[in-house]
Design a protein around this ligand. Structure first.
Ligand code: 6YU
Length: 503
């Protein structure tokens, strides 16, 4: 027999799809997904650069091992190549930092070798590792990851590379490049905004990060096929969630449901339970009007305190590579930069300084010669306001400067614009300075708070921002969708043991 409560899921990203999947599999029949845009997938979005596929949003399965639910689904749907599924790949543990084969180019127009750069990379890696330890040992000396890395790196540089000022400065310039790369990883403007005490909350899984040869969207397509047809209403931005029986719309007639979801176009959906999966960026911007009555203060404060920034990609296609054949990542090192910093002084004239470099799309037989540039922060948000042609021009000049080759010209360009996306409002969550695990628990807490039996669980919260150790990832988002579905499933069938909790 089916179960009949009305359940509305807001957002058809991976967490919304995951919640719908679990609920429908458990016999819930009245499940509806309201999606603001005309597509499923949210921040998973495969696009095109000419005839190539490129990932505009999520790129990798981070930590593809049996414990990773995205990896399990991708294997089940046969979406990965054999190498990605091999036992060997699954057992590699690189602590979230895949060992890319690097090339280094300097702003003075020369290519530099590993003997100069590897010591900077390994020093940086050890400082980064140290910065994750305060989660357990406490007593962090400064509030942010950025301040910690900068002070440790300058101290170690003085100690280890004392004798050669030129080498020391070049290696410190490389540390700047790595800090800018870290801004992309964390999705933040500066590592000075990322809290040191909670930096270790993010957990990595074993496995060598892998991609979907036919695109991440394939995962979404397969999951959607398992849902009842027509479960999603597209182009349905939700304007307001009226909970606690507060809705008094005259035209909609009376409903016995405690929640009414009102869309921008005026349509209303009564619900016993609503699962909100929309991004933290959207909540920061719209929480005051999205819920009526408004959110309790402790929840509002956590939404405001938590970090949500921008990481964008700029894809470029070239006739011929200017990098070495085995190269997997290109680092741009500004050898004119003095001192340690990950922000750009004049965003308008120098935004491209924040682009730390490129990853190389592999294999070349599949993609041709395509690079993916990475840029985070306000500089990245400014880049979004420029035309594609302006971005192409600036990045072409940049590459010419670093290679010393005035004729290099990328053939095509595609870039993401996550900050100005009205329903993403940025890329993903980070734990900002002053935040702790309590903020994530606050975000994830259902409304009304407490455990009042009759009115419980009117509004539930899923989405990547609500996972305490896998925030900012696809697997984290999926697990939160399953978690909230499980919450409802176990409240309707307390005696039937549900599937393993996903928290
Ligand atoms: C991963 C990766 N990856 C790169 C870039 C981005 C992200 N992520 P969704 O937003 O998807 O769904 C919500 C839906 O709601 C959406 O469809 C909206 O349209 C809709 N909506 C909103 N408002 C609405 C309204 N009012 N009414 C109705 N509908 C509404 N993750 O695993 N591997 O390589 C990357 C990357 C450029 C932008 C990523 C990656 C993040 C994931 O994409 C993201 O978490 C999930 O897709 C979110 O799913 P969701 O369902 O929650 O929301 C130490 C330490 C540091 C910590 N960080 C390190 C981790 C590194 C993270 N790396 C990411 C990197 C890349 C490259």
């Amino acid at each position: 027999t089916g179960l009949d409560p009305q359940i509305v899921i807001i957002g058809c990203g991976i967490s919304g799809i995951g919640a719908a999947q679990k609920l429908t599999q458990h016999g819930f029949r009245n499940v509806r997904i309201l999606e603001a845009t005309d597509r499923s997938g949210g921040r998973i979005k495969t696009g095109q650069l000419g005839t190539n596929i490129v990932e505009i949003g999520a790129n990798w399965i981070h930590g593809p091992c049996k414990e990773n639910p995205v990896f399990r689904l991708a294997c089940q749907y046969q979406l990965l190549d054999n190498e990605a599924m091999s036992e060997e790949n699954q057992s590699v543990d690189c602590g979230g930092h895949p060992p890319f084969v690097p090339n280094w180019f300097c702003s003075s127009g020369r290519k530099v070798g590993p003997e100069l750069m590897l010591p900077a990379m390994s020093m940086y890696a050890s400082v980064l590792e140290k910065s994750q330890e305060f989660q357990h040992i406490g007593g962090e000396p400064v509030p942010s990851v950025g301040e910690f890395i900068k002070s440790e790196a300058s101290r170690l540089a003085q100690e280890e590379w004392r004798d050669d000022q030129v080498v020391r400065e070049l290696r410190l310039a490389m540390v700047n490049t790595l800090l800018k790369a870290e801004c992309c990883v964390s999705g933040t403007h500066t590592m000075d905004d990322v809290g040191l005490g909670a930096f270790g909350m993010y957990k990595t899984l074993p496995g060598l990060d892998c991609t979907f040869p036919q695109g991440y969207d394939g995962l979404i397509e397969h999951m959607m096929k398992e849902l009842p047809k027509d479960i999603v209403s597209y182009n349905k931005p939700v304007k307001c969630i009226h909970w606690n029986g507060s809705y008094d719309g005259s035209s909609a007639g009376k409903t016995t449901c405690p929640v009414v979801v009102e869309c921008e176009d005026g349509e209303t959906f009564p619900a016993d339970h609503v699962i909100i999966t929309i991004s933290l960026g959207y909540l920061k911007k719209h929480h005051q009007t999205l819920l009526s009555p408004p959110l309790p203060l402790h929840k509002v404060h956590s939404i405001q305190r938590m970090g949500f920034g921008t990481n964008n990609k700029i894809f470029l296609e070239f006739e011929q590579p200017f990098w070495e054949e085995d190269c997997e990542a290109i680092f741009l090192v500004w050898d004119d930069e003095v001192g340690l910093t990950d922000v750009v002084a004049d965003v308008k004239t120098s935004w491209a300084r924040k682009l730390f470099g490129f990853t190389v799309l592999k294999p070349a037989e599949r993609y041709g010669h395509v690079l993916c540039g990475w840029i985070a922060g306000h500089e990245s948000e400014y880049m979004e306001t420029l035309s594609e042609l302006e971005v192409l021009h600036t990045v072409t000049q940049l590459i010419r400067k670093f290679t010393g080759n005035p004729t290099i010209a990328p053939r095509k360009l595609v870039r993401s614009q996550w900050h100005s996306h009205p329903y993403a409002c940025g890329s993903y969550t980070y734990i900002a300075k002053g935040c702790s695990g309590c903020d994530i628990s606050n975000l994830a807490e259902p409304l009304p708070p407490g455990d009042s039996q009759t009115k419980a669980m009117q509004v539930l919260f899923a989405g990547e921002a609500t996972h305490s150790s896998f925030f900012s990832t696809v697997h984290g988002a999926l697990l939160t969708g399953w978690r909230e579905a499980d919450r409802l499933i176990s409240s309707y069938a307390p005696t039937i043991p549900g599937p393993a909790s996903s928290k």
